[in-house]
Design a protein around this ligand. Structure first.
Ligand SMILES: *Cc1c(COP(=O)(O)O)cnc(C)c1O
Length: 431
């Protein structure tokens, strides 16, 4: 044996006491604030004492002996195979649960697979769901189309009119599903009121918290039973990886959703979990900066003569401004939409679309893309992208006109964002 080999083995033996001490130190005291939990919550470090959580890229785990292996497989605990569990993924789950204020969390490969997991775990043929009609388009398709064919029935109701939610209740209603604020019109629903409606009917409330993240809004503290995330958005926050999650009580996450993930395999990859785990450390700083930038851009747009209307929860002109400020810790989030007047004051969809395309094509800094939740500001034309498959009449009903432009405001200097918008706005009527 070489000296190098021996020194590695010696370190391993002497490391036992050290490791016990490190694990004890990794137990955090009670009462830490969300910003601290976002930086500190994780599994205990390995015997090497790394200060930044390790990335465990492994599909399997070596067991000390057959007896232990049998026990671990039977109990579905500890680490046996990475479809079931992985230390990096588990650190991400622990950290996000701590930030959302829920007992547990299960990570998934994307936001959509978190909703897939939720439906597979909770619902069966004959069950009924009530969902806002303003939620993410793929969410509507997953409930109505994909699970409609398995006999799960979904009623779509107004984002803001609680009476529609109450009127849609049936004896078979198992789940209410909401997203707030919505994309692209930033409509806000009252989470606490929806939780009361759900619980009064013996149903659960699940909230898609992708737009606000726990830095702004903690749905579980307002009565929601489940909190869903597209981690692809602000949890990562830098446009790098796909990820998703469901947070909630132990009895649902461990007993209902855990077995479904283990069998169906909508598992988050360890690499993506590590990226998002690191993203969580700066989440509250980023969301504050996104919100400040977005509010400044929204106010600037509201003062422009070319702009007919601005949709942003942080503006006093927003119909649910007071509710949003209460529910979102006084911050509006990063997404701002606005309606342009047509070129040369012309009305009608064609003039409105020409104005929107001119504005988008005049930008030199913003990214023309449909994503959001990035440090880079993104500009989108919803009527021809995210809502492009709707008929003109359906779009009108949803309030998505041809003159509507959506911004997912990033972390560039705010003056560079408004300067970039000015390139198009100031030349709108030149052509
Ligand atoms: C992006 C998004 C989703 C879907 O998440 P993916 O990670 O793309 O699967 C769901 N809900 C909202 C609000 C989103 O923005």
């Amino acid at each position: 044996m070489s000296d190098a080999d021996r020194s590695v083995q010696t370190a391993g033996r002497d490391g036992v006491d050290d490791e016990a001490r490190r694990i004890a130190r990794a137990r955090l005291p009670e009462g830490l604030r969300p910003e601290t939990l976002a930086v500190r919550t994780a599994l205990a470090p390995s015997q090497h004492g790394e200060n930044s959580e390790a990335l465990f890229l492994t599909s399997g785990y070596v067991q000390p002996d057959a007896e232990t292996s049998a026990r671990r497989f039977a109990a579905s605990e500890d680490f046996t195979y990475s479809r079931t569990s992985n230390p990096t993924v588990r650190s991400f789950e622990a950290r996000l649960a701590a930030m959302e204020g829920t007992e547990a969390c299960v990570a998934t490969s994307t936001g959509m697979s978190a909703i897939l997991l939720m439906i597979m775990g909770l619902l069966k043929a004959g069950d009924h769901v009530i969902c806002s009609r303003s939620v993410f388009g793929s969410t509507i398709n997953l409930f109505a189309k994909e699970f409609g064919k398995f006999g799960v029935e979904t009623s779509f109701v107004s984002q803001t009119d609680l009476n529609e939610w109450r009127a849609a209740l049936k004896p078979s209603t198992r789940l209410l599903f909401a997203e707030t604020p919505t994309n692209p019109l930033t409509e806000v629903c009252d989470i606490a009121a929806l939780a009361d409606i759900a619980h009064g009917a013996g149903a659960l409330l699940a909230v898609d918290n992708s737009f606000c993240s726990p830095a702004l809004q903690r749905p579980a503290s307002l009565g929601a039973d489940l909190v869903m995330h597209s981690g692809t958005k602000y949890l990562d926050g830098q446009g790098r990886v796909m990820a998703g999650s469901l947070c909630g009580p132990d009895k649902l996450i461990k007993d209902v959703f855990g077995p479904v993930v283990r069998t169906a395999g909508m598992t988050l990859s360890p690499f993506n979990a590590w990226v998002v785990l690191k993203g969580l450390e700066t989440l509250s700083l980023r969301m504050k900066a996104h919100s400040e930038n977005a509010l400044a851009v929204a106010r600037w747009l509201e003062a422009r003569p070319e702009v007919a209307r601005v949709f942003y929860p942080g503006l006093a002109s927003h119909p649910q401004h007071a509710l949003a400020m209460r529910q979102q810790h006084g911050q509006g989030g990063a997404v701002v939409s606005f309606e342009l007047r047509g070129r040369h004051g012309q009305s009608g969809p064609d003039a409105a679309r020409a104005a929107a395309f001119h504005l988008i094509d005049s930008t030199r800094v913003l990214s023309v893309a449909t994503n959001l939740g990035d440090t880079k500001s993104i500009i989108t034309h919803p009527a021809t992208t995210s809502h492009g498959r709707l008929s003109e009449a359906q779009r009108e009903a949803a309030g998505i006109g041809q003159g509507l432009v959506r911004l997912a405001v990033g972390l560039e200097h705010v003056d560079d964002i408004t300067d970039d918008l000015l390139r198009g706005l100031s030349t709108l009527n030149n052509a």
